[in-house]
Design a protein around this ligand. Sequence first.
Ligand SMILES: Nc1ncnc2c1ncn2[C@@H]1O[C@H](COP(=O)(O)OP(=O)(O)O)[C@@H](O)[C@H]1O
Ligand SMILES: O=C(O)[C@H](O)[C@@H](O)[C@H](O)[C@H](O)COP(=O)(O)O
Length: 207
Amino acid sequence: MSVSERLEPPPPPAADEVGAVVLAGVSGCGKSTVGKMVARRLGWAFVDGDDLHPWKNVYSMHHGRALTDADRDPWLERCADLLENHVANGVPVILACSALKSRYRRRLRRDAETLLIHLACSREELIRRLGGRTGHFFDPSLLDSQFAALDPPTPGDGTLLVDGDADMEEVTNDIVRLITRPADRAARLAAQGTGAASALPGGGERW
Ligand SMILES: Nc1ncnc2c1ncn2[C@@H]1O[C@H](COP(=O)(O)OP(=O)(O)O)[C@@H](O)[C@H]1O
Ligand SMILES: O=C(O)[C@H](O)[C@@H](O)[C@H](O)[C@H](O)COP(=O)(O)O
């Protein structure tokens, strides 16, 4: 992490009213599946960040080549623009976007109405899920590169952690509560103050 990044103040917590949510986390954590369920429940729009990648990125990931910061740059710009447009137009949206690094998360949170939620999963569960997923361009052999790229959300980061290993309905309920209840968001952030993994049921190493 560079000095200028360290000196930058942490992003503000989301405003009471949430206008946009980024569901973040490594490939296989459930961003797309759970994101659609949450959007349906709330009557919000859902956009899959997978659909915003330039073709070059899709091609790279399909052929087992991890993305670089430069590859991700135009994609993150599209994601940030999309969030900003939805908030400006009062059309609440869930965006599934890995947002692996803290500077990517800062880039996506252009305004206080945007909330970041990171689905944290165990390695075993991710391997199991990616092994079972069909029809997706992502080469599962890239999972280790996702772990390497990830800056785990820290308490000061303002990103809420959710147990992504849990049953889909449970994960959905948890996220809906965090979006709709400011008190639950504050409680989750406070719990995370004691350390990211320990804030999650089951503990253990999570990504
Ligand atoms: N909570 C969950 N429990 C069990 N399986 C899940 C859960 N969330 C997602 N999955 C499954 O795991 C695979 C990866 O999920 P997906 O939503 O594509 O992840 P991502 O968008 O984060 O890459 C899919 O086959 C999906 O059905
Ligand atoms: O390196 C990255 O930034 C990620 O790989 C990101 O691009 C995203 O996670 C892919 O689109 C894979 O798609 P899923 O996350 O939906 O598996």
